[in-house]
Design a protein around this ligand. Structure first.
Ligand SMILES: *Cc1c(COP(=O)(O)O)cnc(C)c1O
Ligand code: SF4
Length: 338
């Protein structure tokens, strides 16, 4: 055990996150009411809502500013009419992942690493998501299929790291995760477990005692990559639980997406990096959004993003400047833009 100091984490958290997940805001009218918004301000896109329904955990909605249609957290989840316009060049599978998805739930693109889609859904629906058109249904794995994926990973002697991605891998129950971790830990050549999840941000109650103990007891070096795009997302509760994870030997990183109208300016990116540091998390990647259908209103131009990174670099220590990357299908790794 890597010296677990469990005192800060709420003992009731285990039951609470399941309840929060069962009680998401899914009706745009409810969110308008909850935030005391003027309903005439931004009528929801009905087709947008049908294609990729609103899904917001209440603890996340609580961090939005009341009455403000421009709120950067609201903008990330609101099913907007702008999504419904077709734009040439925007496709449903921008990363051509279908071609690397030979086995259900497994994507192997980069050397030494394999990505296991370890959850059928997310706690939140982010409108800019590049996997919003992904066929999760076809990739919802039974335990037997997981077993098959794990067996095939076992054969790959170059494998060092397994990345649990999603959907959101932490949407699984602790019992499912325990089983999966045990299987992965039994692959001898594997050294590292990486979890990519937005749940620690949107429902910090997810980081229960049980989960923390499970991660710190695992033989694998654990890296948790959270996903936060704005400093306003990281409240005191997030700060407390991330500090605790870090104190238990878990390496904490953040990936963000640069999004028009959310964080495409120097003060917002600077505040995010500084807030992450307070939470014991270092910035890792800042993704240029992928060209996915329905997300054009979030797109930031590559040169504009490069200029923002240059400005950040002149104002922050190097370790607080994220790597600006883009995923270009066919490349050996993500492509570094700045
Ligand atoms: C991003 C990604 C990885 C991890 O890449 P890193 O540069 O190591 O963070 C692995 N597999 C797939 C399919 C990915 O998209
Ligand atoms: S949590 Fe991640 S995978 Fe899920 S909708 Fe948001 S960006 Fe997409």
């Amino acid at each position: 055990m890597k010296n677990p100091a469990l005192k800060l984490i709420d003992t009731d958290a285990a039951e609470k996150w399941q309840q929060i997940l069962a009680d998401l805001i899914t009706d745009p009218k409810d969110l308008v009411e909850f935030l005391a918004l003027d309903p005439a301000g931004r009528p929801p896109g009905l087709k947008a809502q049908q294609d990729f329904p609103l899904r917001v955990p209440r603890p996340f909605a609580e961090r939005m500013e009341k009455g403000n249609w421009q709120d950067p957290l609201l903008r990330q989840v609101w099913p907007d009419r702008e999504e419904e316009q077709a734009h040439p060049g925007l496709v449903t599978d921008p990363l051509a992942e279908a071609g690397f998805n030979q086995q259900p739930g497994l994507i192997r693109k980069y050397r030494g690493r394999a990505l296991l889609m370890a959850a059928p859904h997310c706690a939140i629906h982010c409108r800019y998501c590049f996997r919003r058109h992904f066929d999760y249904q076809a990739n919802t794995l039974s335990r037997a299929q997981w077993q098959q994926s794990i067996d095939s990973l076992r054969q790959d002697l170059q494998l060092r790291e397994v990345i649990l991605s999603g959907g959101d891998p932490l949407a699984n129950s602790d019992a499912q995760l325990a089983w999966l971790l045990e299987q992965l830990a039994s692959i001898p050549q594997l050294t590292t477990l990486r979890i990519h999840s937005r749940l620690p941000v949107v429902i910090p109650q997810r980081m229960s005692r049980e989960l923390l103990a499970m991660l710190s007891n695992c033989r694998l070096q654990t890296v948790l990559v959270i996903h936060s795009n704005h400093s306003q997302e990281l409240d005191a509760r997030c700060q407390e639980s991330f500090a605790e994870l870090a104190a238990n030997g878990i390496t904490m990183l953040n990936q963000a997406v640069i999004l028009k109208g959310v964080n495409d300016n120097v003060p917002a990116l600077k505040a995010l990096s500084e807030r992450l540091l307070q939470c014991h998390v270092l910035p890792y990647y800042l993704h240029l959004p992928d060209q996915v259908a329905g997300t054009r209103h979030f797109l930031v131009d590559a040169d504009e993003a490069r200029a923002l990174i240059a400005a950040l670099r002149s104002q922050l220590p190097g370790y607080l400047v994220p790597r600006l990357v883009q995923e270009i299908p066919g490349e050996q790794s993500k492509t570094l833009l700045a």
